[in-house]
Structure formats: structure tokens, C-alpha cells
Design a protein around this ligand. Structure first.
Ligand code: CP
Length: 350
């Protein structure tokens, strides 16, 4: 992972317009100081994204969160920019959140759903995107079942690409909003212990969380059935547990409960949902063993009664709906910064 010196940030709020074509305005990926701009050109995943870029997104998101509490929740930075949301898989939170973020930034927004498009007539991803870009679009947000589809787009187009979830690979804005939710509580993630529970093997949310949290200095543990835990993660400095009680015994500041993804796994991975719930489900008894003030998180959609009980999901420690609110601010920040905006001065590099 590239570790770079913290850039100075100018005294500027993220409310100024990013004029012109976004693809021309975006900063080149460079190791030199960036004046508060991101080093990354696209947001494809959190693996390899430097701490300074994550901090730029967090501090800028905090500024945008304040905008969301205003009577008029709209700022002009992406006026004149066109953003296309390409969704080849179902989504509720991510899709609505991206669309709202784009509209709050004054972008022109086009929504594309594969199931009602010419994809059903056999059109390839490359041809679909070339046609959309021929209409002079600047930014593509893509959710796709194939890992690497967003990376492919960066080679096929000049547009800025944001990954809204690619198969089991990464979901970087979900990782960032989860990290923001923890950062908002404690500011410094160093030494904070985050436990990710569930189907890590099939989870793009887990991967993005792991990369981002490790970069931010958190201690990360994963727990789940041995069939759903990739062995390789222990090589990256993540603690691995197949016994939830042992994982909880070590002390947990935030628990991120993953959804059991029935659509991505055959029945071979789990004996039964009832068995999973008994061995790994987060209920009140297990939630009581978290550290005082610990956060209970879930990326959604939830299988209530399977990976988490309603009592815990709706309980005092739950920040599940805060995650959704934070997701809007984080996506505004990511879009704004990728289009050439400068980070809000904040706690970068502290
Ligand atoms: N967390 C998440 O990605 O939810 P959606 O699938 O509803 O977008």
C-alpha cells in the first residue's frame, strides 16, 4: 500500500462548482502532494487506497452531512456534469443513495437498469457503456455481478468510474460509510477493534471494510463458519475466528453483521439457517458482551432473525440507519472529490 505524506488542504468548503468536463478536471494519479484532491482517479475498491485519501473523503463527508440538515439540501459542485447509474443487480440503499447524492450536488442524473435495457437483447457491457458515453456523460456508477466490471470500464472509457458493488469483490462506498460511522464516534480508529461476522467469503462489504479499516489503523477480526472464511485474510493481519464467543471475549468496539447471501451461495456452505443463527447470530445476550458504547452495524438488507435479532437491530447500540444517512454524505464526498474537488480541511493526518 502506498503511504504518502499528508497534503495541505486549502480553506475551502465543498460547495464550489467543479466546472467543465469531469474527466478533464479530475486529478491525475500521482504520488506528489495533491492540494486536498484525491490521489485516486476512480473509486474501484479500498484495497490500495491510501489513508490520506480515505481521510479526505471522511472530512469532506462531514461537511456534506451538515448540508443534509439544511432546509435546502442542495449545493452546486457538479452542475453541468452528467452521472449515469448503471445497475446490473438489485439495490435499494446504494442506488437511492447515489442518486440522491448526485442530485444534492446538482448533477444531471440518468438511471439505467439492466433488466429493462437492451442488455436483455444481448448487448455487451462495453457497447452499452460506449453508447451511454456517446451522449457525453462524465461519471459512471456501476453495480455488476462480475468482479472487476468497474475496472474493465476504466479501460474502455474516459469517464470517472465508481464501483457500487462488483460481485463478491468490493463495495467501496459501503466500506467508507461504515468507516465514517465508526470515525464519527471516535475520530481515531487506531486500536479500535472491529468484528465482522458472517459470510465473509461472499461479501464485498467485508473486503472493503477490511482494507479500509486496516489502512485506518483499526484492529480487524472476522468470524463465521469455516466454509465462509477465506484463509488468506489471516495473511493480511486480520484475526480469524470460527467461534463467535471467543471473538467477543477479546473485546469489540464495533460489530459489523453481514447478511447471509443466499443468492451467492449454494446450500453447501451452511447446514441450515437455524444452525447459523444459533452459532453466529447476534442476539441480545451476545450484544451485551460488546464493549460499553460499542456500535452495532449492518450494511443491509437484513435477514432479521437469521444473522441479527430485531431486538439488537433496533436496539440502543444500533447505528444501522445512521450508516444509511452517512452513506449519502460519503457518496457526495466521493463524487465531489473524484470530479476534482478539494477536501474540506479537517483532521487529515492527525
Ligand atoms: N448495502 C447495500 O449495498 O444495500 P443495497 O444492496 O440495497 O444497495
Amino acid at each position: 500500500m502506498t503511504k504518502t505524506k499528508t497534503a495541505d488542504t486549502p480553506a475551502e468548503t465543498p460547495h464550489q462548482s467543479v466546472s467543465g468536463n469531469a474527466a478533464q478536471n479530475r486529478p491525475a494519479q500521482t504520488d506528489s502532494a495533491t492540494d486536498g484532491r484525491l490521489r485516486i482517479r476512480h473509486l474501484l475498491g479500498l484495497e490500495g487506497v491510501c489513508r490520506e485519501d480515505i481521510e479526505r473523503i471522511l472530512t469532506t463527508a462531514e461537511s456534506f452531512k451538515e448540508v443534509l440538515d439544511r432546509p435546502i439540501k442542495k449545493v452546486p459542485p457538479l452542475r453541468g456534469q452528467t452521472v449515469v447509474n448503471l445497475f446490473y443487480e438489485p439495490s435499494t440503499r446504494t442506488r437511492i443513495s447515489f442518486e440522491l447524492a448526485e442530485k444534492r450536488l446538482s448533477a444531471d442524473v440518468v438511471n439505467f437498469t439492466a433488466s429493462t435495457s437492451s442488455v436483455t437483447k444481448g448487448e455487451s457491457l462495453r457497447d452499452t457503456v460506449k453508447n451511454i458515453l456517446a451522449m457525453r456523460t462524465d461519471v459512471i456508477v456501476i453495480r455488476h455481478p462480475s468482479p472487476g466490471a468497474p475496472h474493465f470500464l476504466t479501460r474502455a472509457t474516459d469517464a470517472i468510474v465508481l464501483n457500487a458493488g462488483d460481485g463478491s469483490h468490493e463495495h467501496p462506498t459501503q466500506g467508507l460509510l461504515d468507516i465514517y460511522t465508526i470515525w464519527e464516534r471516535w475520530r481515531d480508529l487506531r486500536g479500535k477493534r472491529v468484528l465482522i461476522v458472517g459470510d465473509v467469503a461472499h461479501s464485498r462489504v467485508a473486503r472493503s471494510n477490511i482494507w479500509g479499516l486496516l489502512t485506518m489503523g483499526a484492529e480487524v477480526a472476522i468470524c463465521g463458519p469455516a466454509t465462509l472464511i477465506p484463509r488468506s485474510f489471516s495473511d493480511y493481519g486480520v484475526e480469524v475466528y470460527t467461534d463467535i464467543d471467543k471473538a467477543l471475549d477479546r473485546g469489540v468496539d464495533a460489530i459489523n453483521v453481514l447478511r447471509i447471501q443466499r443468492e451467492r451461495q449454494g446450500s453447501a456452505f451452511l447446514p441450515s439457517l437455524r444452525e447459523y443463527s444459533r452459532l453466529f447470530g447476534i442476539d441480545s445476550e451476545r450484544a451485551r458482551r460488546l464493549r460499553p458504547g460499542a456500535l452495532v452495524m449492518h450494511p443491509g438488507p437484513m435477514n432479521r432473525g437469521v444473522e441479527i435479532t430485531s431486538e439488537v437491530a433496533d436496539g440502543a447500540n444500533s447505528v444501522i440507519l445512521d450508516q444509511v444517512t452517512n452513506g449519502l454524505a460519503v457518496r457526495m464526498a466521493a463524487l465531489y472529490l473524484l470530479c476534482g474537488g478539494q477536501a474540506t480541511p479537517g483532521r487529515e493526518g492527525e
